[in-house]
Design a protein around this ligand. Structure first.
Ligand code: ATR
Length: 271
């Protein structure tokens, strides 16, 4: 049976084995998908022994996505710009290839599951770390009116704008520079992991604003509760992004598209 796995450290919390297990059942694909905790100092050894033993594909999660990018023999354009890889597979020559499906997962969740158009929208992205860099290109490919990247450390937002120069209208700033409403606000800071909210003006949200937290939690995130209290039109969390990035990896490995709806419903029910 073809072997797949997710690699991280820690890994016990990962929902990927459950998601891919369901995908296999739904599509009738014969595969096994497990979770591997790589030693912090030996991600590369873990990856090479997995593929050396005939493994077909890996998902990569915290804290190894940048290392996966570095060890990939071949990168898609998307992965190269993302600076991080969440999906590995080996090509005909046996080389390890890296892809990043996070941004496509976010875009598919917004546009297909939630029916939100990104074209011509004024988008605000909070944060300028690896998570944000990883999703910028697929968002830009939707031709938004503009993307404003606001970060606590403004220099990091400026670096991202520079990196993606020529690919769309991009603006870098700090949180205190903002007070006009946006069409879509995406929270890509890790602040919500600690239940923190960046210092944001209430003027950023009106009854037309859609918010998306790349985090997910059984309860509404602090960021989405903030947006809801200001009358946001809709607020979404990142569970759909998680399932969609998985479906995109599954497609790369198996060339089979899976219906994500039953899997999303199952995960919501278990939360
Ligand atoms: P990730 O891979 O999750 O993106 P990261 O690269 O460390 O992790 O980036 C974390 C992001 O969350 C950064 O944009 C960080 O802001 P700084 O660049 O100024 O550090 C942001 N962040 C983390 N904690 C935050 C907080 N309490 N308030 C605001 N922003 C925060």
């Amino acid at each position: 049976v073809d072997q797949y796995a997710v690699v991280g450290n820690p890994i016990h919390h990962s929902k990927s084995p459950k998601i891919h297990g369901e995908f296999a059942v739904l599509t009738g694909e014969k595969l096994e998908y497990s979770a591997i905790q790589a030693p912090i100092d030996d991600f590369s050894g873990t990856v090479h022994s997995f593929f050396g033993n005939g493994g077909k594909g890996l998902n990569v999660t915290v804290p190894f996505k940048e290392q996966a990018w570095s060890l990939s023999n071949e990168l898609s354009d998307r992965a190269r710009l993302a600076g991080a890889v969440n999906t590995l597979y080996s090509n005909e020559k046996g080389e390890i290839c890296g892809e990043n499906t996070d941004g496509v997962g976010l875009v598919r969740d917004l546009t297909i599951n939630h029916k939100i158009t990104l074209a011509d929208k004024r988008i605000l992205i909070l944060g300028a770390g690896g998570a944000v860099r990883g999703v910028l290109l697929p968002i830009l490919e939707q031709n938004p009116h503009s993307i404003t990247i606001a970060n606590r450390t403004v220099a990091k937002a400026e670096q991202l704008v520079e990196l993606f120069t020529g690919r769309g209208e991009l603006i870098a700033c700090g949180f205190s520079d903002l007070d006009e409403p946006f069409d879509i606000i995406i929270n890509g800071t890790s602040a919500s992991l600690q239940g923190d909210l960046p210092p944001l003006s209430d003027g950023l949200v009106n009854d037309n604003t859609v918010t998306y937290d790349m985090m997910y939690a059984p309860d509404k995130t602090v960021f989405n509760r903030w947006a809801e209290s200001l009358g946001a039109a809709q607020t979404f969390d990142g569970l759909g992004m998680l399932v969609e990035q998985a479906a995109e990896s599954f497609y790369i490995w198996r060339k089979v598209r899976v219906d994500t709806q039953p899997v999303l419903a199952m995960l919501r029910a278990f939360d």
